[in-house]
Design a protein around this ligand. Structure first.
Ligand SMILES: NC(=O)c1ccc[n+]([C@@H]2O[C@H](COP(=O)([O-])OP(=O)(O)OC[C@H]3O[C@@H](n4cnc5c(N)ncnc54)[C@H](O)[C@@H]3O)[C@@H](O)[C@H]2O)c1
Ligand SMILES: [Fe+2]
Length: 400
């Protein structure tokens, strides 16, 4: 079953091994974002556009950065209309703002939504096209033009968008989330600054952290996994298992915040090479159809997908269990794999993440399954393929 899909995924995997993806230079630590801004000023830029969301403006998170830029005589324009899961309309609005203001550099400050919106705006602007023309893998499209110099400052520790070649944009009318996959979207430099994350409320810390864990786990159990991504995924998993609950329980814990930020970036570097899997494929549909926040959808779906996948990736899950400190030295791989999934369920429970999706409706199952298969098959290196009956049984478990 799914022979063609497996073959095509292997071809993509080979291409992924050969290609070199750009990696941004990262500033890390308290006030790293200010160091990044000083570096950008040192480049001699004259006009900077900051792309962010309204809530972050209200919280004053970007004030010190704007202050530094203005003190250096740089003209600054703030485009703060980014909504969670940004849509095509927002991207088009951003393109117009860029055309009007004519910046010579762009800084995205925010969660995955702001960073992805900035990526899509820049690529649409550079190539003078609607964002819908950019979705999918860049290899299948015409050679694209380079974007304006781009920098990113994540304020959540989750998506890893600051290092990935992806930008997720929503077609709100069709209720579908699409990914633009293009190395030209990778920022030149980023800052992982835990000080910007201390105000993240626990209900955002939890799902965004679980998004990062999902990236690490899906990259690790992928059939496309390679030594480089394995190392990153193992380190990210170990760190998230040690630090997520700490950051959730005490948002002011700078050390836990910094470790989560680094882990999320490492997980991003892993999955940007080898892709994700069914957890994301399902989560994207729950986001597109019901607006379930991305990390929350991943957190809820992950244990069910891992249970299903386990027969084909027991050893890999056992390895993640070991780096997470799950199970005793004499435990078998099967016991460790079970222990790892149980640990994820416990982490969810400890952070008040539910076991079901309250918005999910049985009458949408067919639509969801079609879209999950369209996204995952031929794209992701999933260890065990879902058939229609398996997918239906899995969605049944997610019903409230
Ligand atoms: N590009 C990629 O590789 C990639 C990977 C995974 C997910 N995504 C996409 O990223 C988006 C989700 O991003 P996200 O989970 O980071 O959330 P988000 O960017 O949508 O932000 C969620 C909320 O948190 C608030 N927030 C962010 N930082 C804050 C802070 N420091 N203090 C207080 N509030 C803060 C925002 O204002 C917003 O209301 C989804 O669209 C998802 O599909 C992209
Ligand atoms: Fe994700």
């Amino acid at each position: 079953m799914y022979v063609l899909s497996r073959i095509w995924v292997s071809v993509l995997g080979l291409v992924g091994r050969v290609l070199r993806f750009p990696k941004p230079f990262s500033f890390v630590g308290p006030d790293a974002s200010l160091s990044l801004v000083r570096e950008i000023i040192g480049l001699g830029v004259k006009r900077v556009m900051v792309i962010t969301d309204g809530q972050l403006v209200q919280l004053g998170i970007i004030n010190p950065h704007i202050g530094l830029l203005k003190d250096a005589g740089i003209a600054v324009e703030v485009f703060s209309e980014i909504e969670p899961d940004p849509g095509y309309e927002t991207v088009l609005e951003g393109v117009e703002r860029i055309k009007d203001f004519k910046p010579d550099a762009v800084i995205a400050v925010g969660g995955g939504s702001s960073i992805d919106a900035a990526k899509a705006i820049l690529l649409s602007h550079a190539n003078d096209c609607h964002p819908s023309k950019l979705t999918g893998i860049w290899l299948y499209s015409w050679p694209r033009k380079r974007c304006l110099p781009f920098f990113a400052i994540p304020t959540t520790a989750g998506t890893g968008a600051e290092v990935t070649i992806a930008a997720v944009v929503s077609d709100k009318e069709a209720q579908i989330k699409h990914a633009i996959i293009d190395p030209k979207t990778v920022p030149a430099m980023v800052a992982l600054d835990p000080r910007l994350m201390v105000g993240l409320p626990p209900f955002i810390t939890a799902p965004t952290g679980m998004d990062a864990l999902t990236h690490a786990v899906e990259a690790y159990i992928s059939t496309l996994a390679m030594a480089e991504t394995d190392e990153l995924a193992r380190m990210a998993t170990a760190s998230i298992m040690r630090n997520l609950l700490k950051a959730y329980a005490d948002g002011q814990d700078l050390e836990a915040r910094e470790r989560m930020a680094v882990a999320a970036s490492m997980a991003g570097l892993a999955f940007t090479r080898v892709g994700v899997g069914y957890v994301h494929a399902i989560a994207h549909q729950l986001g597109g159809l019901y607006h379930v926040p991305h990390g929350l959808a991943n957190a809820i779906v992950m244990p069910y997908v891992l249970e299903f996948s386990k027969p084909n990736c027991t050893r890999r899950l056992a390895e993640l269990a070991r780096v997470s400190g799950v199970g005793g030295s004499g435990a078998s791989d099967a016991e460790l794999a079970d222990g790892f999934i149980a640990r994820i369920r416990k982490l969810n429970a400890d952070m008040q993440i539910p076991e079901s999706v309250k918005e999910l409706r049985r009458e949408d199952f067919d639509k969801i399954i079609d879209r999950v298969f369209a996204e995952a098959h031929g794209t992701y290196g999933v260890p065990r393929y879902l058939g229609r009956a398996d997918a239906t049984a899995l969605l049944e478990k997610l019903l409230p």
